[in-house]
Design a protein around this ligand. Structure first.
Ligand SMILES: [Zn+2]
Length: 332
Protein backbone atom coordinates (compact mmCIF):
# COMPACT_ATOMS: atom_id res chain seq x y z
CA UNK A 1 0.00 0.00 0.00
CA UNK A 2 0.94 3.64 -0.34
CA UNK A 3 3.02 4.82 2.66
CA UNK A 4 1.53 8.32 2.28
CA UNK A 5 -1.96 7.04 3.14
CA UNK A 6 -2.78 6.67 6.85
CA UNK A 7 -3.85 3.24 8.08
CA UNK A 8 -7.62 2.85 8.60
CA UNK A 9 -8.94 -0.56 9.63
CA UNK A 10 -12.33 -1.81 10.71
CA UNK A 11 -14.19 -4.57 12.51
CA UNK A 12 -17.54 -5.21 10.86
CA UNK A 13 -19.75 -7.64 12.80
CA UNK A 14 -23.22 -8.75 11.65
CA UNK A 15 -25.70 -8.31 14.51
CA UNK A 16 -27.14 -11.80 14.14
CA UNK A 17 -26.10 -12.64 17.70
CA UNK A 18 -23.48 -11.92 20.35
CA UNK A 19 -19.74 -12.03 19.75
CA UNK A 20 -18.32 -15.52 20.36
CA UNK A 21 -14.80 -16.93 20.63
CA UNK A 22 -14.44 -17.02 16.83
CA UNK A 23 -15.56 -13.46 16.10
CA UNK A 24 -13.39 -12.10 18.93
CA UNK A 25 -10.30 -13.43 17.11
CA UNK A 26 -11.10 -11.23 14.11
CA UNK A 27 -11.96 -8.26 16.33
CA UNK A 28 -8.73 -8.54 18.33
CA UNK A 29 -6.61 -9.08 15.20
CA UNK A 30 -8.03 -6.03 13.43
CA UNK A 31 -7.61 -3.89 16.58
CA UNK A 32 -4.01 -5.04 17.12
CA UNK A 33 -3.07 -4.56 13.47
CA UNK A 34 -4.46 -1.00 13.55
CA UNK A 35 -2.65 -0.22 16.83
CA UNK A 36 0.65 -1.74 15.64
CA UNK A 37 0.43 0.46 12.55
CA UNK A 38 -0.43 3.57 14.57
CA UNK A 39 -3.70 3.58 12.65
CA UNK A 40 -7.39 4.26 13.16
CA UNK A 41 -9.79 1.46 14.09
CA UNK A 42 -13.47 1.67 13.18
CA UNK A 43 -16.49 -0.48 14.00
CA UNK A 44 -19.24 -0.94 11.45
CA UNK A 45 -22.45 -2.83 12.23
CA UNK A 46 -23.30 -4.85 9.13
CA UNK A 47 -27.07 -5.01 9.50
CA UNK A 48 -27.84 -4.65 5.80
CA UNK A 49 -29.44 -8.12 5.81
CA UNK A 50 -32.42 -6.96 7.86
CA UNK A 51 -34.27 -10.30 7.98
CA UNK A 52 -31.26 -11.90 9.74
CA UNK A 53 -30.66 -9.02 12.17
CA UNK A 54 -31.41 -9.81 15.82
CA UNK A 55 -32.78 -6.79 17.73
CA UNK A 56 -30.33 -5.64 20.40
CA UNK A 57 -27.42 -7.75 19.13
CA UNK A 58 -25.65 -4.60 17.88
CA UNK A 59 -25.65 -2.99 21.34
CA UNK A 60 -24.57 -6.26 22.93
CA UNK A 61 -21.60 -6.58 20.52
CA UNK A 62 -20.52 -3.00 21.28
CA UNK A 63 -20.70 -3.72 25.03
CA UNK A 64 -18.66 -6.90 24.55
CA UNK A 65 -15.99 -5.03 22.58
CA UNK A 66 -15.85 -2.32 25.24
CA UNK A 67 -15.52 -4.93 28.00
CA UNK A 68 -12.54 -6.35 26.09
CA UNK A 69 -10.95 -2.89 25.87
CA UNK A 70 -11.51 -2.69 22.10
CA UNK A 71 -12.81 0.86 21.70
CA UNK A 72 -13.36 2.28 18.21
CA UNK A 73 -11.65 5.60 17.40
CA UNK A 74 -14.85 7.02 15.91
CA UNK A 75 -18.55 6.39 16.62
CA UNK A 76 -19.73 3.12 15.01
CA UNK A 77 -21.84 3.25 11.85
CA UNK A 78 -24.86 1.09 10.99
CA UNK A 79 -25.31 -0.14 7.42
CA UNK A 80 -29.09 0.05 7.80
CA UNK A 81 -28.72 3.87 7.91
CA UNK A 82 -26.60 4.03 4.77
CA UNK A 83 -29.02 2.83 2.06
CA UNK A 84 -28.66 6.07 0.08
CA UNK A 85 -24.94 5.34 -0.42
CA UNK A 86 -25.66 1.82 -1.67
CA UNK A 87 -28.38 3.04 -4.04
CA UNK A 88 -26.04 5.70 -5.39
CA UNK A 89 -23.37 3.05 -6.11
CA UNK A 90 -25.95 0.75 -7.72
CA UNK A 91 -27.11 3.63 -9.93
CA UNK A 92 -23.50 4.24 -11.00
CA UNK A 93 -23.15 0.57 -11.98
CA UNK A 94 -26.46 0.63 -13.87
CA UNK A 95 -25.37 3.76 -15.76
CA UNK A 96 -22.10 2.04 -16.70
CA UNK A 97 -24.10 -1.01 -17.89
CA UNK A 98 -22.24 -3.09 -15.32
CA UNK A 99 -25.45 -4.00 -13.46
CA UNK A 100 -28.59 -5.49 -14.91
CA UNK A 101 -32.01 -6.56 -13.60
CA UNK A 102 -32.66 -10.26 -13.14
CA UNK A 103 -36.07 -11.95 -13.10
CA UNK A 104 -34.84 -15.41 -12.11
CA UNK A 105 -36.09 -17.25 -9.04
CA UNK A 106 -33.85 -19.87 -7.43
CA UNK A 107 -35.95 -22.47 -9.24
CA UNK A 108 -35.34 -20.74 -12.61
CA UNK A 109 -31.58 -20.73 -11.96
CA UNK A 110 -31.59 -24.41 -10.91
CA UNK A 111 -33.51 -25.26 -14.08
CA UNK A 112 -31.12 -23.31 -16.32
CA UNK A 113 -28.08 -24.94 -14.69
CA UNK A 114 -29.58 -28.39 -15.02
CA UNK A 115 -30.42 -27.71 -18.66
CA UNK A 116 -26.80 -26.66 -19.29
CA UNK A 117 -25.44 -29.72 -17.44
CA UNK A 118 -23.58 -27.44 -15.03
CA UNK A 119 -22.28 -28.43 -11.61
CA UNK A 120 -24.03 -28.45 -8.27
CA UNK A 121 -24.00 -25.43 -5.96
CA UNK A 122 -20.77 -24.20 -4.41
CA UNK A 123 -21.13 -23.52 -0.63
CA UNK A 124 -24.86 -23.86 -1.20
CA UNK A 125 -24.82 -20.99 -3.71
CA UNK A 126 -25.77 -21.46 -7.33
CA UNK A 127 -23.44 -20.18 -10.05
CA UNK A 128 -25.68 -17.76 -11.92
CA UNK A 129 -25.66 -18.79 -15.59
CA UNK A 130 -26.23 -15.24 -16.90
CA UNK A 131 -29.81 -15.82 -18.11
CA UNK A 132 -30.91 -12.16 -17.85
CA UNK A 133 -27.75 -10.56 -19.26
CA UNK A 134 -29.53 -10.16 -22.57
CA UNK A 135 -32.64 -8.57 -21.06
CA UNK A 136 -35.76 -9.52 -19.15
CA UNK A 137 -37.75 -10.56 -22.26
CA UNK A 138 -41.01 -9.30 -20.78
CA UNK A 139 -40.43 -10.67 -17.28
CA UNK A 140 -40.32 -8.47 -14.18
CA UNK A 141 -36.92 -7.74 -12.64
CA UNK A 142 -36.56 -9.00 -9.05
CA UNK A 143 -32.90 -8.33 -8.28
CA UNK A 144 -29.87 -6.51 -9.68
CA UNK A 145 -26.68 -8.36 -10.64
CA UNK A 146 -23.13 -7.35 -11.56
CA UNK A 147 -21.70 -8.15 -15.01
CA UNK A 148 -18.82 -10.23 -13.66
CA UNK A 149 -17.36 -10.65 -17.15
CA UNK A 150 -16.51 -6.94 -17.26
CA UNK A 151 -14.18 -7.10 -14.28
CA UNK A 152 -10.95 -7.13 -16.23
CA UNK A 153 -11.71 -3.55 -17.30
CA UNK A 154 -8.85 -2.21 -15.20
CA UNK A 155 -6.57 -5.18 -15.71
CA UNK A 156 -4.08 -5.52 -18.55
CA UNK A 157 -5.84 -7.14 -21.49
CA UNK A 158 -4.97 -10.76 -22.18
CA UNK A 159 -3.06 -11.36 -25.41
CA UNK A 160 -5.49 -12.12 -28.24
CA UNK A 161 -5.14 -13.13 -31.88
CA UNK A 162 -5.28 -10.13 -34.24
CA UNK A 163 -8.58 -11.38 -35.67
CA UNK A 164 -10.16 -11.24 -32.21
CA UNK A 165 -8.61 -7.95 -31.22
CA UNK A 166 -11.77 -5.86 -31.41
CA UNK A 167 -12.39 -4.17 -28.03
CA UNK A 168 -15.61 -6.07 -27.39
CA UNK A 169 -13.65 -9.34 -27.69
CA UNK A 170 -10.98 -8.17 -25.27
CA UNK A 171 -13.73 -7.36 -22.78
CA UNK A 172 -14.91 -10.94 -22.94
CA UNK A 173 -11.59 -12.62 -22.11
CA UNK A 174 -12.11 -14.11 -18.66
CA UNK A 175 -9.19 -13.70 -16.27
CA UNK A 176 -9.13 -14.64 -12.61
CA UNK A 177 -9.07 -11.91 -9.97
CA UNK A 178 -5.72 -12.11 -8.17
CA UNK A 179 -4.71 -10.70 -4.79
CA UNK A 180 -2.23 -11.41 -2.03
CA UNK A 181 -3.49 -12.18 1.44
CA UNK A 182 -1.05 -11.22 4.21
CA UNK A 183 -1.43 -14.64 5.82
CA UNK A 184 -2.71 -16.96 3.07
CA UNK A 185 -0.42 -15.65 0.31
CA UNK A 186 -1.31 -15.52 -3.40
CA UNK A 187 -5.02 -16.06 -4.07
CA UNK A 188 -7.12 -16.10 -7.20
CA UNK A 189 -10.69 -16.70 -8.28
CA UNK A 190 -12.43 -16.64 -11.63
CA UNK A 191 -15.61 -14.96 -10.45
CA UNK A 192 -17.54 -15.39 -13.68
CA UNK A 193 -16.89 -19.16 -13.79
CA UNK A 194 -16.97 -19.93 -10.06
CA UNK A 195 -19.64 -17.53 -8.78
CA UNK A 196 -21.31 -15.98 -11.80
CA UNK A 197 -22.93 -12.54 -11.98
CA UNK A 198 -23.65 -11.97 -8.31
CA UNK A 199 -26.50 -10.07 -6.70
CA UNK A 200 -26.15 -6.38 -5.79
CA UNK A 201 -29.72 -5.83 -4.63
CA UNK A 202 -31.89 -8.78 -3.67
CA UNK A 203 -35.47 -9.54 -4.60
CA UNK A 204 -36.53 -8.43 -1.08
CA UNK A 205 -34.94 -5.01 -1.80
CA UNK A 206 -32.07 -5.53 0.67
CA UNK A 207 -28.75 -4.36 -0.72
CA UNK A 208 -26.42 -7.32 -0.95
CA UNK A 209 -23.62 -7.76 1.56
CA UNK A 210 -20.96 -7.50 -1.18
CA UNK A 211 -22.19 -4.11 -2.38
CA UNK A 212 -22.58 -2.66 1.13
CA UNK A 213 -19.11 -3.79 2.25
CA UNK A 214 -17.38 -2.41 -0.82
CA UNK A 215 -19.23 0.91 -0.70
CA UNK A 216 -18.53 1.32 3.03
CA UNK A 217 -14.87 0.33 2.80
CA UNK A 218 -14.56 2.93 0.05
CA UNK A 219 -16.56 5.63 1.86
CA UNK A 220 -14.63 5.08 5.11
CA UNK A 221 -11.24 5.05 3.31
CA UNK A 222 -10.43 1.61 4.72
CA UNK A 223 -6.84 0.68 3.86
CA UNK A 224 -6.58 -2.65 5.74
CA UNK A 225 -9.22 -5.35 6.00
CA UNK A 226 -8.56 -7.87 8.78
CA UNK A 227 -11.34 -10.47 9.13
CA UNK A 228 -11.99 -14.18 9.61
CA UNK A 229 -10.92 -16.69 7.00
CA UNK A 230 -14.55 -17.68 6.40
CA UNK A 231 -14.90 -14.36 4.54
CA UNK A 232 -11.83 -14.88 2.31
CA UNK A 233 -14.01 -16.32 -0.45
CA UNK A 234 -15.79 -12.94 -0.80
CA UNK A 235 -12.59 -11.05 -1.58
CA UNK A 236 -12.51 -11.57 -5.35
CA UNK A 237 -16.10 -10.38 -5.71
CA UNK A 238 -15.32 -7.33 -3.60
CA UNK A 239 -12.22 -6.50 -5.66
CA UNK A 240 -14.33 -6.72 -8.83
CA UNK A 241 -16.85 -4.32 -7.38
CA UNK A 242 -14.12 -1.94 -6.23
CA UNK A 243 -12.80 -1.85 -9.79
CA UNK A 244 -16.26 -1.40 -11.24
CA UNK A 245 -16.85 1.57 -8.88
CA UNK A 246 -13.34 3.00 -9.27
CA UNK A 247 -12.49 2.43 -5.59
CA UNK A 248 -9.05 1.44 -4.28
CA UNK A 249 -8.43 -2.13 -3.08
CA UNK A 250 -7.37 -2.42 0.57
CA UNK A 251 -4.85 -4.99 1.76
CA UNK A 252 -6.35 -8.20 3.17
CA UNK A 253 -5.51 -10.37 6.15
CA UNK A 254 -7.78 -13.33 6.89
CA UNK A 255 -7.34 -14.68 10.41
CA UNK A 256 -7.50 -18.36 11.48
CA UNK A 257 -10.89 -19.77 12.35
CA UNK A 258 -11.77 -21.20 15.75
CA UNK A 259 -13.15 -24.71 15.48
CA UNK A 260 -15.58 -26.33 17.87
CA UNK A 261 -15.24 -29.80 19.37
CA UNK A 262 -16.81 -31.27 16.21
CA UNK A 263 -14.11 -29.66 14.02
CA UNK A 264 -16.57 -27.25 12.45
CA UNK A 265 -16.01 -23.51 12.38
CA UNK A 266 -17.56 -21.81 15.40
CA UNK A 267 -20.48 -19.68 14.32
CA UNK A 268 -23.69 -18.22 15.63
CA UNK A 269 -25.49 -20.66 13.32
CA UNK A 270 -23.97 -23.73 14.99
CA UNK A 271 -24.60 -22.47 18.47
CA UNK A 272 -21.29 -20.88 19.51
CA UNK A 273 -21.58 -19.48 23.02
CA UNK A 274 -21.62 -15.73 23.60
CA UNK A 275 -18.46 -14.33 25.17
CA UNK A 276 -18.52 -14.22 28.94
CA UNK A 277 -18.44 -10.52 29.81
CA UNK A 278 -17.56 -11.37 33.41
CA UNK A 279 -14.08 -12.49 32.37
CA UNK A 280 -12.96 -10.58 29.27
CA UNK A 281 -9.27 -11.38 29.89
CA UNK A 282 -9.92 -15.13 29.60
CA UNK A 283 -11.75 -14.58 26.32
CA UNK A 284 -8.96 -12.32 25.03
CA UNK A 285 -6.27 -14.82 26.04
CA UNK A 286 -8.09 -17.53 24.12
CA UNK A 287 -8.33 -15.29 21.03
CA UNK A 288 -4.68 -14.24 21.35
CA UNK A 289 -3.60 -17.87 21.42
CA UNK A 290 -5.33 -18.50 18.07
CA UNK A 291 -3.29 -15.58 16.68
CA UNK A 292 -0.02 -16.98 18.03
CA UNK A 293 0.31 -14.52 20.92
CA UNK A 294 1.16 -15.70 24.47
CA UNK A 295 -1.38 -15.45 27.29
CA UNK A 296 -1.13 -12.40 29.56
CA UNK A 297 -1.95 -12.02 33.25
CA UNK A 298 -3.79 -8.74 32.87
CA UNK A 299 -5.33 -6.33 33.49
CA UNK A 300 -6.94 -6.13 30.03
CA UNK A 301 -5.29 -2.81 29.07
CA UNK A 302 -1.84 -4.21 29.91
CA UNK A 303 -2.47 -7.41 27.95
CA UNK A 304 -3.55 -5.37 24.90
CA UNK A 305 -0.46 -3.15 25.17
CA UNK A 306 1.87 -6.18 25.30
CA UNK A 307 0.14 -7.86 22.35
CA UNK A 308 0.33 -4.64 20.30
CA UNK A 309 4.08 -4.63 20.79
CA UNK A 310 4.33 -8.37 20.04
CA UNK A 311 1.98 -8.30 17.05
CA UNK A 312 4.57 -7.69 14.27
CA UNK A 313 7.00 -10.19 15.74
CA UNK A 314 4.84 -13.07 16.96
CA UNK A 315 1.41 -13.00 15.28
CA UNK A 316 0.82 -16.00 12.97
CA UNK A 317 4.33 -17.23 13.75
CA UNK A 318 5.91 -13.84 12.92
CA UNK A 319 5.05 -14.18 9.24
CA UNK A 320 2.85 -11.10 8.80
CA UNK A 321 3.89 -8.50 6.28
CA UNK A 322 3.20 -5.23 8.10
CA UNK A 323 4.57 -2.86 5.50
CA UNK A 324 5.76 0.71 5.90
CA UNK A 325 3.13 1.69 8.50
CA UNK A 326 4.38 -0.60 11.24
CA UNK A 327 5.57 1.45 14.20
CA UNK A 328 8.15 -1.18 15.13
CA UNK A 329 9.51 -1.41 11.58
CA UNK A 330 9.34 2.25 10.61
CA UNK A 331 12.72 4.03 10.75
CA UNK A 332 12.63 6.39 13.77
ZN1 LIG B 1 -32.01 -13.81 -14.25
Amino acid sequence: MNPGVPYIGRFAPSPTGALHAGSLVAALASWLDARAHGGTWLVRIEDVDTPRTVPGADRLILRQLAACGLHPDEPPVWQSQRSALYQFALDVLIRKALAYPCACSRKDIEGALQHAGREKPRHGELVYPGTCRTGLHGKVGRAWRLRSDMYQKNMPPAPVEPAQAAPECIAKVARPVEWTDRRLGAQQQDVEAQVGDFVLQRADNCYAYQLAVVVDDGAQDITHVVRGEDLADNTARQILLQQALGLPTPTYLHTPLVRGANGEKLSKQNGAQALDLANPLAALNQAAQVLGLPAQAGPVANALAVWTWQWPHLAMGGTLDLGPHCLQCRPH
